[in-house]
Design a protein around this ligand. Structure first.
Ligand code: SF4
Length: 330
């Protein structure tokens, strides 16, 4: 099989099928860098279709690196609300400030300098280098992994190890249009080589694909097991207002607004007859008992809010879930 044509086939498919995404719209070099930076932060842990409306709203509010660097963190968080994983928003703002102060407002072209910026790791630095700076990197996201697993029919633990997948990535070779090429491969994974029901008849790689030959599209994944932790949330209500606090206590979702909470033992959770909810965060499953308490309570630096005021604050998903469960407790 002639592999020399692979980049040509992939780019031909991309030129005819790529999605019109707001961060891909024609712009100046500086804007293109800024759009890439913001979109890559938003796309960490979040799907393209979810990110689109947030990106548009965010860029309308913070149209340039300078406007983002000069904004209050609370305002940046407000425009991130609903996307989750708020540390990304804080790091994005810190990175914008550092870029202005230390890199004359440009994204470095050196991988180590990029990785030294807050919130930019191995994957994001490679995405930025290929997409914004046209360097020949193909970042290994879930889409690229899936394509490789199917092309080579990789099934067992050793075959799907990171090391082996990186070796197999040489299959793609390099192209004269690195920025488009990296996006094209990821786009094929997102639109064609989908997790379920891949559209092989539209795929430019069909002639190279072992999964297609065997009609075996099942994907082996490394299962990530999240820890389960148990909590007790205390809901104090006084004259239709709820007592909430800024989270200074737990190392996750710092400074966001939560009900006063304690971590408890599994046994206490199991024995409790109070209302219980489950919430999945990126790195933890939370099991929460909701204690309803009508007595007024004074807690230093707490907030007394009625429901109409909630929109002014950043509420993590578990605070919202607790609030949504409250009418059932009335
Ligand atoms: S032929 Fe099908 S399974 Fe193979 S890479 Fe293309 S879409 Fe994926």
């Amino acid at each position: 099989m002639n592999k020399q044509n692979i980049p040509k086939k992939i780019l031909h498919w991309y030129d005819n099928n790529k999605r019109s995404l707001p961060w891909r719209r024609k712009s100046t070099k500086k804007q293109h860098e800024y759009f890439t930076l913001v979109s890559e932060f938003m796309l960490q842990q979040t799907q393209v279709k979810t990110v689109i409306p947030f990106f548009i709203r965010f860029i309308k509010k913070f149209p340039s690196l300078k406007s983002l660097a000069g904004a209050d963190e609370s305002e940046v968080l407000k425009y991130w609300e609903g996307l989750g994983y708020y540390s990304r928003a804080k790091n994005l703002k810190k990175t914008a400030t550092k870029l202005l102060l230390e890199h004359r407002g440009s994204l470095p072209k050196d991988i180590e300098k990029l990785k030294a910026l807050p919130g930019i790791g191995e994957y994001t630095s490679r995405s930025i280098l290929s997409i914004a700076h046209n360097q020949p990197y193909i970042p290994m996201d879930g889409n690229v992994e899936r394509i490789l697993k199917r092309i080579f029919l990789l099934k067992n633990k050793d075959q799907i190890s990171k090391k082996n997948l990186i070796e197999k990535k040489t299959f793609f070779s390099i192209s004269k249009r690195p920025s488009d090429y990296a996006q094209a491969i990821m786009e094929i994974g997102a639109l064609i080589c989908r997790p379920i029901l891949p559209i092989c008849t539209s795929c430019p790689l069909i002639n190279y694909c072992k999964a297609y030959k065997k009609r075996d599209f099942a994907i082996t994944t490394k299962n990530k097991v999240n820890k389960t932790k148990y909590f007790e949330a205390n809901v104090y209500k006084h004259k239709n207002k709820y007592l909430l606090i800024k989270n200074k206590k737990f190392n996750f979702l710092k400074n966001l607004v939560i009900f006063p909470m304690n971590e408890i033992k599994k046994e206490k959770f199991q024995l409790s007859i109070d209302k219980k909810i489950n919430v999945k965060l990126s790195n933890m499953n939370m099991k929460i008992i909701i204690n309803k308490n009508n007595k007024k309570k004074i807690i230093k630096n707490s907030l007394l809010l009625d429901k109409s005021n909630f929109s002014k604050f950043i509420l993590p998903s578990f605070t919202k879930k607790i609030l949504n469960s409250l009418p059932h407790l009335e």
